[in-house]
Design a protein around this ligand. Structure first.
Ligand code: FES
Ligand code: FE2
Length: 362
């Protein structure tokens, strides 16, 4: 059974997915959640389950700042408390549903599935460099095109974490878009490091044939230095910087991208996957950029084929089975797993200490 880190921020939805009159339903860490906006636009997240007969609240309707259950009409406010029962005047103490801290930042709605009193907005990873409306740029970012997307993944989120932290698959899975075996062999000797809650994986291939997607945009560059720097903010929010430049030239002269990969566990076997990137090259016409966007989607679909096949094979088993062979290229993925195991353990220990303290008082 997958253990999740709970005291952390997960992306519950993209801002635009939750419209003003909507009740948006999503399962996160195996819990049903309904998200909606108050009249002033601020987001609310509640457990998507009416405490009366367990109908999903998202099947009801939004009434002003409240949600009315679609079965017998109980009304809940933004804290999850029932404030009205159409058929009686008294409200039982147990008539409430759970509420979750939720914050809108970087065009996403970030949800905290853990202890409410520990929700700390400063722990939301810094995605200012890639999100829509960002003013970031190497040079003049806001005029550069951005490509965003969402995929529903039929695989445990840890499989995607492994995938993103071991980009030695690029030369084998994404041969038509991002990689070649030649660059993969060089990328294998990259560096990995952990800084606080972030695991970084740096890969550089020097003087290799330009990957197909870059060759399309920058046809004058036959040979390139090709870098992929991935940063995983534990447990599953990633920033990536990648690009190519003429061999030996500084990165700023090449074609740098900044991108993000955001995973949110849905169930043991499925996750939500948001991706996007900002292209920071001047003077490229629309057509190759459009093609590049299409190539990115092809590449993500190629990953999903692998993930879903792994999930089928692993079904019910462990993702860190000791019989799995560990390779040099897995180093960042293994660092991320160790970090996550440690964070989950710390969370459990602190819960245990709190429970012990409560037991002593009682
Ligand atoms: S199930 Fe919601 S009011 Fe009865
Ligand atoms: Fe991939």
């Amino acid at each position: 059974m997958t253990k999740y880190l709970r005291n952390t921020w997960y992306v519950a939805a993209e801002s635009t997915e939750v419209a003003n009159d909507d009740l948006f339903a999503r399962r996160i860490l195996n819990e049903p959640v309904v998200i909606y906006r108050l009249e002033d636009g601020s987001p609310v997240a509640l457990r998507d389950r009416c405490p009366h007969r367990y109908l999903a609240l998202s099947m009801g309707k939004k009434v002003g700042d409240t949600v009315q259950c679609g079965y017998h009409g109980m009304v809940f406010d933004k804290t999850g408390s029932c404030i009205e029962i159409p058929t009686q005047d008294t409200i039982p103490e147990t008539a409430y549903t759970k509420s979750y801290p939720i914050v809108e930042k970087y065009n996403f709605l970030w949800i905290w599935m853990g202890d409410i009193e520990k929700a700390d907005e400063s722990l939301i990873p810094d995605f200012s460099t890639v999100t829509k409306g960002s003013t970031y740029d190497f040079r003049t970012a806001d005029k550069h095109p951005q490509q965003w997307g969402y995929k529903y993944v039929r695989g445990n989120y840890q499989l995607m974490v492994d995938n993103l932290l071991d980009l030695s698959h690029v030369g084998f899975v994404h041969t038509s878009t991002l990689g070649s075996e030649e660059s993969t062999r060089q990328h294998a000797s990259g560096e990995q490091k952990q800084t606080g809650r972030i695991v970084s994986d740096y890969r550089l291939a020097v003087d290799v044939e330009s990957p197909p997607a870059f060759a399309m945009m920058l046809p004058h560059l036959k040979k390139v230095d090709f870098w992929l720097d991935m940063h995983c903010s534990s447990p599953c929010n990633f920033l990536i910087e990648f690009g190519v430049t003429e061999p030996g030239k500084p990165r700023e002269e090449g074609g740098p991208f900044t991108g993000f990969h955001i995973l949110t566990p849905e169930t043991e076997d499925t996750c939500h996957y948001y991706y996007g990137s900002t292209l920071q090259i001047d003077g490229i016409s629309d057509e190759p950029i459009k093609k590049l966007g299409e190539a990115a989607v092809i590449a993500f679909d190629e990953d999903l084929v692998i993930i879903e096949a792994q999930q089928k094979e692993i079904q019910g088993g462990k993702f860190d089975d000791e019989s799995m062979v560990a390779l040099r290229a897995d180093k960042a993925a293994l660092m991320a797993r160790r970090l996550l195991t440690q964070l989950i353990k710390e969370e459990e220990d602190s819960k245990e200490r709190e429970n012990d303290a409560i037991a002593k008082i009682a």
